[in-house]
Design a protein around this ligand. Structure first.
Ligand SMILES: NC(=O)CC[C@H](N)C(=O)O
Length: 358
């Protein structure tokens, strides 16, 4: 195992060992406090451009599931077709693994996909630094090589364009109600949650103009990076809202894009929400849900358009967790009701949406 150093933008250094692909890398350093779910998180396209730190200390002990594909072309156990995170940072990589569904080790998977992984990092201390300073850019450097990689850019990069599908993909063709799914970097479980409810899904590229297509509802998926880079998608949503009252639902990036289309502005959170235990209250009720999250930006609820209101609020920091239109069936969540990984308490969001299609 080669010696490596994680160098943060402010000069803070953490020393560790490489257990993945031996290659220096730069990106936005973020932390996730979930206790499990590394196969799902690594393949979540929303992690593109990020070095993913896990605070749970023991990682790798349940290995990696196989990349089998279902008849509709979707991976059975993964959230997309490859690893999207730029690297993984852990405290204690477990070389031994054991799980009924594991076919390889995390190290072998990272090497095969050319993704760096480092271990021996005090990830809880690293997280404290990120929480105090705010999210930072960083580099993983090999101690026996000079630092010859540029610092990465995060803000100002259109990651959605890099990860979105390039052509229309159809699932459950002819099944019944037809849903246009805007792919900003959509996770497979959003597609599964829709097709399992008997709807046809037409997955379109993030900037595709679907407004003249024949469909029953619009679904705006998750995706990486700054939502302000997705102005084209916002314009198309606005056009759709001016044409019809068809149901619209959105998740994460989808919340941000719909809120933007309704007039709201977005800001960057100090250090993002990435975990399985974010408490969220449904506005106007005493119902609190435990949710899975992965986002670095948030909707500024004070700027919501006049016919819009907050649907969910984060009980830790009061940030927005979803919006809805006061009259039309347009509603979203900032959290991930599809979970994968994480709690499934809020899967009812898909039921609410499919119900509205009728
Ligand atoms: N998972 C997502 O869709 C994240 C949305 C956006 N990229 C953010 O970080 O806030």
């Amino acid at each position: 195992m080669k010696n490596v150093t994680l160098v943060l933008e402010d000069g803070t250094k953490f020393h560790g060992k490489s257990f993945g692909y031996d290659q220096p890398v730069a990106g936005e350093v973020v932390f996730n406090t979930a206790m499990m779910g590394y196969p799902e998180s690594l393949t979540d396209p929303s992690y593109a451009g990020q070095l993913m730190t896990l605070t749970y200390p023991l990682v790798g002990n349940y290995g990696v599931p196989p990349f089998t594909v279902e008849p509709d072309g979707i991976a059975t156990f993964m959230e997309s077709d490859k690893i999207y995170a730029s690297a993984i940072i852990v405290a204690d990589y477990s070389e031994e693994y054991s799980h009924w569904n594991a076919v390889e080790s995390l190290a072998d998977w990272l090497k095969r996909e050319h993704v760096p992984g480092i271990t021996g990092i005090d990830t809880r201390q690293l997280t404290k630094v990120l929480r105090e300073h705010g999210v930072m850019m960083g580099k993983i450097l090999f101690d026996d090589e000079p630092d010859n990689i540029p610092q990465a850019d995060y803000e100002g990069v259109n990651f959605v364009d890099l990860v979105s599908c390039k052509e229309i993909i159809r699932y459950n063709e002819g099944a019944g109600k037809k849903v246009v799914l805007v792919d900003c970097g959509v996770k497979n479980n959003i597609i599964r949650c829709l097709t399992n409810r008997g709807v046809e899904v037409v997955r379109v590229p993030w900037n595709y103009d679907y407004t003249s297509m024949d469909f029953d509802g619009l679904f705006l998926g998750n995706g990486p990076g700054d939502p302000d880079m997705c102005e084209d998608a916002v314009q198309i949503i606005r056009k759709q809202m001016s044409l019809s009252r068809k149901p619209i639902c959105g998740i994460c990036m989808g919340n941000q894009l719909l809120a933007k289309a309704g007039g709201a502005t977005i800001y960057k959170l100090k250090y993002g929400h990435r975990s399985h235990n974010q408490p969220v209250r449904e506005v106007g009720t005493n119902k609190c849900y435990v949710t899975s999250q992965n986002h670095g930006y948030a909707v500024d609820a004070k700027t919501l358009g006049k016919d819009w209101r907050e649907l969910f609020v984060n009980m830790n920091d009061g940030s927005n967790e979803g919006v809805c239109h006061v009259e039309n069936p347009w509603f979203t969540s900032q959290f991930h009701p599809e979970a994968c990984s994480g709690p499934v308490d809020t899967e009812f969001m898909f039921d609410r949406f499919v119900d509205k299609l009728k």
